[in-house]
Design a protein. Structure first.
Ligand SMILES: Cc1cc2nc3c(=O)[nH]c(=O)nc-3n(C[C@H](O)[C@H](O)[C@H](O)COP(=O)(O)O)c2cc1C
Length: 201
């Protein structure tokens, strides 16, 4: 199912087509597909090239591992993620390797790696849906996450599926309209709140 962004100005096709579905087909990903997703993430930029991102992955074709990861997600997310073929947890290393000081941009950099992964997935005919709805303490305990690392997001990845078999509330979400605030309220020039001329104000 397509839900293209209603853009005010032209954007790259992958950005326009990306959205966060709740309906996934059970079709599994190959190992090489999965590796490509993380390769894309690995080549994201980061502050001081610290690469503060880490990932834990579970595929649905390993039912025990998949159930373990699913159990860390909020019940609302479990309801649809259980159909997805792949789930990823992302983590941030909170201190710099170079000097042990706090890395104020670690979460930002994990977000950059995540978006690389999401767009790589889109380029392969896959979709990704990121989540904050998970139990962070349970993730740390379940996976033995060392101190100094923080769980950031979960990401479900898979081929697009059919929402017809999902419960009514999820079907509604699958079909709901996508919305964004206008560019004029996001981009300023000279002083906070003043929109730039190129936005046609
Ligand atoms: C950091 C982050 C956390 C999110 N958490 C959840 C979540 O827990 N459950 C969920 O269904 N969607 C979650 N989303 C998806 C957003 O609701 C979605 O990206 C937003 O509504 C915009 O829709 P779009 O991605 O289809 O453009 C999250 C997205 C991000 C980036």
């Amino acid at each position: 199912m397509e839900k293209p962004a209603q853009v005010e100005y032209p954007v790259h096709e992958l950005i326009g087509r990306r959205w966060s579905p709740v309906a996934f087909s059970g079709r599994p990903l190959t190992g090489s597909d999965i590796a490509s997703l993380f390769e894309a993430a690995r080549w994201a930029p980061s502050s001081f090239n610290e690469q503060p991102w880490r990932f834990i992955v579970a595929a649905r074709d390993d039912p025990e591992e998949f159930a373990r990861m699913l159990s860390c997600l909020s019940p609302g997310n479990q309801a649809w993620v259980r159909h997805a073929p792949l789930v990823i947890l992302t983590f941030a290393k909170l201190a710099f390797d170079r000097n042990g000081k706090p890395n104020r941009h670690a979460l930002h950099d994990v977000g950059l790696a995540a978006e690389n992964l999401v767009l790589q997935a889109m380029s392969m005919g896959l979709f990704a849906h990121q989540m904050a709805g998970f139990d962070s303490a349970k993730v740390v305990e379940t996976y033995g996450v060392p101190g100094g690392f923080e769980p950031v997001t979960a990401i479900a990845v898979g081929y697009p599926g059919d929402a017809d078999s999902l419960p009514e509330d999820l079907r509604r979400r699958q079909h709901s309209k996508r919305a964004r605030v206008s560019l004029g309220s996001l981009v300023f020039t000279k002083v906070w709140g003043e929109p730039p001329d190129f936005l046609g104000a």
